[in-house]
Design a binder for this molecule. Sequence first.
Ligand code: PMP
Length: 446
Amino acid sequence: MAVVSLERTRTPTNDLDQPDIFARHESDIRLYCRRFASVFVSASSATIVDEGGREYIDFLSGAGALNYGHNPEPIKRAVIDYLSKDGILHALDMHTVAKRDFISAFYETVLRPRGLDYKLAFSGPTGTNAVELAMKFARQVTKRESIVAFTNAYHGVSLGSLALTGNRSKRAAAGICLPGVARLPYDGYLGAGFDTAALFERLLDDEGSGIDMPAAVIIETVQAEGGLNTCSAQWLRRICETAKRRGIVTIVDDIQVGCGRTGTFFSFEGTGVEPDIICLSKSLSGIGQPFSLVLIKPELDCLPPGVHNGTFRGNNLAFVGARAALDYWSDPLFQRRLEGLCCVLRERFDAIAREFPTLQTRVVGRGAVLGLTWSDATLARRVSAAAFRRGLIIETCGARDQVLKALPPLTIREDELDSGFKRLHGAIADATGNPRKANRQGGQHD
Ligand code: PMP
């Protein structure tokens, strides 16, 4: 084994000029670059350009990290301005003006108008870091160990979060057992007639169920990696009420579907649920900077200083971007446009489902995170590949990659949206061998 890896790394120095430099030097673990095999150089709004000058419409948006699009002008300006004034870029978790401005804007724009009272804990920079911290809070406050997670959940791939994540191959990569989690079926997992929230309650109250009283239950309102499964408001309420009555901490992982993705800032708005802990990341910085935040009810803020240290907790450039991004949320026009986008996306996907009835096309998801799934589970991957050939970046999700998932920027321009859907139509026709439709409906790469 050692010989093989040494051989692999011994490469001539002029390799830096070779087009396959990534394949030669980057670990085999890389993923998205295999599916979207171009070398990208610039991007604006929902349009991303490769080094050959080819333009792609981006319906991937950094897996939900670019809800405001690539290089959104007002956020970019704030960041450039901050850099040009030698603003503090790194300060561990020390107080900075950038941090103060973000905290104050977050309170005024997000928490106060919604009547929410949370403290802000800045974890390490990625989503999985936020989930790890949320678990730690819940376990310390309850002095219990187990956390209830659901089928097809995705909460990250560091060991604690991975224990919560459902995907078998990702779990297997850990190479060790992943303890401390009780797995329950998500809403709808056992069919429409089976109330899995009732099962949750029953298992907790049955002394013989074999389920230890958990520290927390962690929920995604839309399982954006697990196949765009959604839970009903009623299910969410019952899970949270059941948990609260038994002193179980409720955690909503809004890392992918928060920051407006479902049409409101938090994905659970309007359900009457107020989780004990909320995890946010991805689009929080507004401009794709790594940044995560755990919101905790003040009475759960139980960890003493220093037990969850980290060099990159609170990225000051991200604070600046995030503060500027919050301006979108005080603009009623942005919110109206977002509602409009959610309706338009639903109409467009419903129209596709009607257009390809023989494929048994189903529209899944909610708000501005919608997708398509077909009776042929391999089709999503083939459509994604065909879409890329037509200049549309759109990924798949679900344990078998059986769902085609669209995450266009919430600020996408109409012409970009039209162009993206044209390419998607064409890609479905390509992948299903319907060239007549492809020519009529699906613009080639334009
Ligand atoms: N939770 C959810 C719901 C996610 O979608 C993701 C990322 N896809 C994570 C956690 C982990 O975030 P990260 O990849 O930044 O660690």
